[in-house]
Design a protein around this ligand. Structure first.
Ligand code: FE2
Length: 462
C-alpha cells in the first residue's frame, strides 16, 4: 500500500508528535503507551519519507503546511495542537530520510524538557548532543517568542462613547492609585458603578465597542470596565434588582484588582508564561481579596468574586479552596463575562477571537467550568452577531450590526459600509422576509474590522 505524499495529514503528524511528547513527560521510558504512539508516528513518517525523501512541516501564521503546501484545519482541537508547538517556540520541523525511531523519541523528550527548562544553547547543538541528526527545528526561541508579537495600541482607539471613556479614565486612575499604595477611593468606585449601570450598559455605542473584536492590548483597567459592563448584561437578562445590580457591577469592576501587585513584565509578557510566572499570575486572585477586604464600605461579595473568579463550578481552577467550596453565583457570573472579554481582546501574542468563536468556547465550558444557565443568559443577551460586529451578507454586502432583536438572533439590523468605510445612510433589517417566507438576506460571516473603519460612527448614527 502506498500513501501519496500530498495525502499525508500534517496535523495528524503534529498531533502524534505532541501526544508522544506528553506521554514521554508522563510515563517512564519504555512504557507501552509511549511505544505504541512511537510506532504509529514512526510508521507515518517513514511512509512519507520513502516517497518524498524529506518531510517539512511548517506552522505559518497558525496554520500547518506540509512541504510548503498549506493544509486545511477545521477544529479548535487542531488549532490547539499547533499552538502547543508554537508556544514552545517551534514553528517548523524538518525530518530527513534516514531518521530513526530513536530520533523521534529523543525529539519528543527534548520537546518535553524544553518547556520546563529551556536552555540558552543553539538548538542544532542541543539536538546533536542527543544524537538527533535527521531532524531540524526551525525558529526555536525558548523563553523569547517576541518575534511573533504584534504591537497593538494600548487602549481603544478612535472616538468612544463619552460615558464609556469616562469610566475607563476613572478606572485607570483607581488601578494606578492601588498600584502606588494610595488605596481605593470609595467615591470614585460609586461614580464608576453608577456610570456603568445608568449609561454604559444602556448605550448601544458603548456596548458595540465592548462586544465586538477589540483591536487593542487589553490592559487590566479596560478589561475590568468591559467585564463589568458584560456582567451587567447578564444581570439584566436574569432580572437582577437594583441592589443586586450594584453589587454585581462593583464586584466585576474590581475582580482583577489583585493584578496591581503582579510585576508588569509578567502581565505584559509577550509569550506564554512558565510555571513559576503562572503561579505568580494566579496569585492575583488572593491578592485581590486581600486588598478588597481592607476597604471599608465595599459590598460584602466584592472580595469573594476577586478570590473566586478563576474557579470552575466543578472545583477546577485556582486558588485551591477544596472541592466543597463551589464559587458563589456572582463569581460564576463574572467568570462568564471575564472569559468572553479576554478572548475577544488582543494580547501581544494573541489575535482577538471573533464573538462567535468566544461563544463556542463558553458553550464548551458550560456544565464543567461554567454555569450553563449563565452561559445561556449571556449568549442570549449579546445575540449571535453582537452589536458592533462587522458582517457580510449573502448578497456580499458589508455592514455593521447596529441593533439586535432577541427573537431574531441570526438576523440583526445592520448599517451598510460604503466606499471609504463610510456609513451608507439608512439601515438594513436582515430579519425581513419575502412573501415566500424566506429571509431576504442572511448574514454569512463575521469579519475583522478593516483599517480605517470607525464602528462608533455607525453605532452613534443609529
Ligand atoms: Fe482574573
Amino acid at each position: 500500500m502506498t500513501t501519496e505524499p500530498h495525502k499525508l495529514d500534517p496535523v495528524a503528524l503534529l498531533k502524534g508528535l505532541v501526544s508522544l511528547r506528553r506521554l514521554t513527560g508522563l510515563y517512564p521510558p519504555g512504557h507501552p503507551s509511549i511505544e505504541q504512539k512511537l510506532a504509529e508516528l514512526d510508521d507515518s513518517v517513514q511512509r512519507h519519507i520513502q516517497l518524498a525523501s524529506a518531510l517539512r512541516l511548517d506552522v505559518i501564521h497558525g496554520s500547518a503546511h506540509l512541504d510548503g503546501v498549506p493544509f486545511r484545519q477545521d477544529s479548535e482541537a487542531q488549532a490547539q495542537i499547533l499552538r502547543e508547538l508554537t508556544d514552545l517556540g517551534v514553528d517548523s520541523i524538518h525530518i530527513r530520510r534516514g531518521v530513526t525511531r530513536y530520533e523521534l523519541l529523543a525529539l519528543s523528550e527534548f520537546l518535553w524538557q524544553l518547556k520546563e527548562a529551556p536552555s540558552g544553547e543553539p538548538i542544532d547543538i542541543q539536538l546533536a548532543t542527543r544524537q538527533i541528526v535527521h531532524i531540524s527545528l526551525g525558529r526555536l526561541v525558548p523563553l523569547d517568542t517576541r518575534w511573533k508579537t504584534v504591537q497593538w495600541p494600548d487602549g481603544p482607539t478612535g472616538p468612544l462613547d463619552p460615558s464609556y471613556e469616562l469610566s475607563l479614565a476613572l478606572t485607570e486612575r483607581t488601578f494606578d492609585d492601588v498600584m502606588t499604595g494610595r488605596g481605593i477611593d470609595l467615591g470614585t468606585i460609586r461614580e464608576i458603578v453608577h456610570l456603568l449601570i445608568q449609561k454604559v450598559a444602556a448605550s448601544n455605542a458603548a456596548l458595540g465597542q465592548i462586544l465586538a473584536v477589540k483591536l487593542y492590548e487589553n490592559l487590566t483597567y479596560c478589561h475590568s470596565v468591559n467585564v463589568a459592563t458584560l456582567s451587567l448584561l447578564i444581570g439584566k437578562q436574569l432580572g437582577f434588582d437594583a441592589t443586586a445590580t450594584a453589587a454585581l457591577a462593583e464586584a466585576a469592576l474590581l475582580h482583577d484588582i489583585g493584578k496591581t501587585r503582579i510585576p508588569l513584565e509578567i502581565l505584559k509578557k509577550p509569550s506564554a508564561l512558565d510555571k513559576r510566572e503562572r503561579k505568580m499570575m494566579e496569585a492575583h486572585t488572593t491578592y485581590g481579596a486581600e486588598i478588597l477586604v481592607e476597604v471599608d464600605g465595599l459590598r460584602p461579595l466584592t472580595p469573594t468574586v476577586a478570590l473566586e473568579h478563576h474557579r470552575g463550578i466543578d472545583g477546577s481552577g485556582y486558588p485551591e479552596l477544596g472541592e466543597a467550596a463551589g464559587p458563589h453565583f456572582l463569581s460564576q457570573l463574572v467568570s462568564v463575562a471575564d472569559i468572553y472579554e479576554a478572548m475577544t481582546g488582543a494580547r501581544s501574542y494573541q489575535e482577538p477571537a471573533m464573538p462567535e468563536q468566544a461563544c463556542l468556547v463558553l458553550a464548551r465550558l458550560a456544565g464543567t467550568k461554567l454555569n450553563t444557565a449563565l452561559v445561556k443568559a449571556f449568549v442570549n443577551a449579546i445575540s449571535f452577531f453582537p452589536l458592533g460586529s462587522v458582517v457580510r451578507t449573502d448578497r456580499d454586502e458589508l455592514g455593521v450590526v447596529v441593533r439586535t432583536v432577541a427573537s431574531e438572533p441570526l438576523h440583526p439590523v445592520i448599517a451598510l459600509i460604503g466606499a471609504d468605510c463610510q456609513r451608507v445612510p439608512g439601515e438594513v433589517d436582515t430579519s425581513i422576509r419575502l412573501i415566500s417566507g424566506q429571509y431576504e438576506r442572511h448574514v454569512v460571516e463575521t469579519l475583522r474590522p478593516q483599517e480605517g473603519l470607525d464602528i462608533n460612527q455607525f453605532l452613534v448614527a443609529s
